[in-house]
Design a protein around this ligand. Structure first.
Ligand SMILES: [Zn+2]
Length: 117
């Protein structure tokens, strides 16, 4: 028996933003590059999100600083100023928000806790 501490990976982050209803095709095209789904299915997803004004996850597994930076450099098809950062396991619809680090988190902000990349 060893007494090694239980190790877990540091937190990574994703970026979410609202889809531009006038540019569904570019949004779907972008998501097609990052999601393992057929394009028609992604188009449906994007269309539904746009009609509900719901944010979609447009990139994932990013270090915190990278994710923050990406919120200011959205690809075509997404509405400027709507992007937010969330922990990989968090969801902007249901998760809590850290005012200090501008990110959604699932079990205590990992940036506050210093357990992140
Ligand atoms: Zn925090």
């Amino acid at each position: 028996m060893t007494n090694a501490p239980i190790l877990h990976d540091p937190t990574l982050f994703s970026v979410w933003a609202e889809v531009d209803p006038k540019n569904l095709r570019d949004a779907a095209q972008h998501l097609g590059d990052v999601m393992p789904l057929p394009l028609p299915q992604i188009y449906q997803l994007v269309k539904q999100a746009a009609s509900q004004g719901r944010k979609v996850q447009l990139t994932s597994t990013r270090p915190y600083r990278d994710a923050l930076k990406l919120t200011g450099e959205l690809p075509n098809g997404f509405i400027e100023g709507t992007a937010v950062v969330a922990e990989e396991t968090a969801d902007p619809i249901v998760s809590a928000w850290c005012v200090k680090h501008h990110c959604y988190f699932s079990h205590g902000c990992s940036v506050c806790e210093g357990d992140y990349l």
